[in-house]
Design a protein around this ligand. Structure first.
Ligand SMILES: NC(=O)c1ccc[n+]([C@@H]2O[C@H](COP(=O)([O-])OP(=O)(O)OC[C@H]3O[C@@H](n4cnc5c(N)ncnc54)[C@H](O)[C@@H]3O)[C@@H](O)[C@H]2O)c1
Length: 361
């Protein structure tokens, strides 16, 4: 029986999933989208695909095999509906990020996975498991830092707002009801999945958080905007060795201020930083260690090849297909997905209530 890959949605990200399906040698690719324009573009890029107007017609296409995969590549307000529909049709489900708009939707999707006995993956691992992260985890395990004292992660871009400066044709990114939220839902899901895959915290306390937006003469006038473009949180991570470490986190896609990107961990015996996002110049990624040299600190950078790494847009489906085949994989399991999402939801909750919030694995 051929493994089928069924993609719901034929928009921007669906094209990357279809390219990954080709890489996997998929011989039966099915795609559903109510938009005739989206279907026509998809058909011209992937003539091998079988196209459907509705997901329910596509789900009705034959009995599901145990290795068949549905990829939910529609905007977030449709993630729970189609993930649950796909589980009920007997499919394994890989859902785009954010998995849901709130923790209730995420719990409903996980419950449907458990009911069906099929696997759930999400795409928050898009930038995970690359060589710099594996090396960072190895060095930390070898005690390169000693007890950690601070983790800082900042990624700010003055004008990179999804739905405005990036992918302006998808205005739904600016609508909280449709997108679930702004930059925390769009980007922090990746940051958290990546950092936590290296550090594997058992619990997190979010001590304070805030979200904000900006006004710009580049703002669209055709739709209202009710999502945040800037989010910050002060947290404390409980590491597997029992240590508690402060974590200062910031993400912005729209600010009137500096561009900056930094990931750093300070420890008693050393410091560390690594590249966690593209562009990977000359196909290389880096891990930098800061080592005591008496009156100064020596900066030692290792360059690591990305040659054997799937493209980040292919990574979620490639990793999930391995997991469905029963092989070791970088796909995150249901527990990890729930934990990471609870943290995202928790940052919004703390920003709103002003009260600290605890998330445990
Ligand atoms: N665009 C990116 O760079 C990117 C990157 C990573 C993840 N994502 C995620 O992928 C998801 C989709 O984003 P996108 O950028 O591809 O959006 P998009 O706006 O490009 O495409 C969405 C598609 O969904 C279709 N659609 C709407 N209702 C549908 C329905 N009922 N059944 C089937 N199809 C339907 C639309 O017609 C459209 O073709 C989002 O969760 C987003 O966060 C996007």
């Amino acid at each position: 029986m051929k493994q089928r890959i069924l993609i719901i949605g034929a928009g921007a990200i669906a094209h990357h999933h279809a390219a990954a399906a080709r890489l996997l040698g998929c011989e039966d690719l099915l795609v559903a989208d109510p938009s005739a324009t989206a279907r026509a573009k998809f058909a011209s890029d992937f003539p091998e695909a079988r196209l459907f107007e509705s997901a329910s017609d596509m789900f009705a296409d034959g009995p599901a095999g145990p290795k068949d995969i549905a990829v939910i590549a529609v905007p977030p307000w449709l993630h729970a509906k189609y993930s649950i529909g796909a589980f009920d049709a007997g499919l394994n489900v890989l859902c785009e990020k954010p998995l849901g708009r709130d923790i209730g939707e995420v719990n409903d999707i996980i419950a449907a996975a458990v009911r069906s006995g099929r696997l759930l993956g999400d795409c928050s691992n898009r930038f995970n498991d690359q060589p710099a992260m594996r090396r960072a985890r190895e060095l930390i395990g070898q005690g390169a830092l000693g007890p950690m004292s601070l983790i800082r992660m900042t990624n700010r871009h003055p004008r990179r707002r999804t739905g405005i400066e990036y992918q302006p044709e998808s205005r739904w990114f600016l609508n909280r009801e449709m997108a679930g939220g702004g930059v925390f839902m769009d980007w922090s899901v990746y940051d958290i999945a990546m950092l936590f895959d290296v550090l594997r915290p058992k619990g997190v306390t979010i001590k304070s958080a805030s979200v904000s937006s900006i006004e710009s003469s580049n703002d669209p006038t055709d739709v209202p905007i009710d999502v945040e473009f800037h989010g910050i949180a002060m947290m404390e991570l409980d590491l597997p060795n029992g240590q508690q470490v402060p974590f200062i986190y910031e993400r912005a896609s729209g600010v009137h201020g500096l561009t900056s990107s930094e990931l750093s961990i300070d420890g008693r015996n050393g410091g560390m930083s690594w590249q966690w996002l593209p562009p990977y110049e000359e196909g290389m990624t880096t891990v930098t260690r800061y080592i005591d040299a008496g009156a100064s600190v020596e900066e030692r950078t290792e360059r690591l090849s990305m040659k054997d790494q799937p493209h980040f847009h292919h990574q979620p489906l490639v990793a999930f297909a391995k997991r469905v085949a029963g092989k070791p994989s970088a796909s995150l399991d249901e527990n990890t997905i729930r934990f990471n999402f609870a943290l995202i939801a928790g940052m919004y909750a703390v920003a709103q209530s002003g009260k600290s919030f605890r998330v445990e694995k």
